[in-house]
Design a protein around this ligand. Structure first.
Ligand SMILES: [Zn+2]
Length: 125
């Protein structure tokens, strides 16, 4: 049975050589010794674990955000590298499409050609 009424935990802080005894009122028992709430070993351990879990989660999120940013940049680069070929293909195919749309003036055929012309103009300005 514990008899101490003040927390016996030795506390170290910067600038204080050798530390000092906590000395706060001890109301929390652990393995026969009484501690203050802060230094009660299970409570202290749970708090440290919670902080550690929080940092681990924060790190995991930062790593994930970095991966997503890298993947997005890689996708933008891949698309940009396709751009000249896509533009050239559209420029080559547009006259044929216009001929087809002229002969088959139905649905949105003409509108698709107009849209293609507009996109080419925007891309080559
Ligand atoms: Zn204490």
């Amino acid at each position: 049975m514990s008899t101490n009424t003040t927390c016996p935990t030795r506390v170290y802080s910067s600038g204080m050589w050798g530390g000092h005894v906590c000395g706060l009122t001890a109301k929390h028992e652990h393995e026969g010794v009484m501690y203050c709430k802060r230094h009660h070993p299970p409570t202290y351990k749970a708090k440290r674990q919670a902080q550690s879990d929080k940092w681990a989660e924060q790190t995991r999120r930062e790593v994930e955000a970095g991966k997503q940013a890298a993947a997005k940049a890689a996708e933008q680069k891949r698309r940009a590298e396709c751009f000249p070929d896509l533009l050239e293909a559209l420029q080559l195919i547009l006259p044929m499409a216009k001929g087809y749309a002229h002969q088959h003036n139905v649905g949105s055929n003409q509108a698709y050609c107009d849209q293609a012309e507009s996109v080419i103009a925007k891309a080559t300005q």
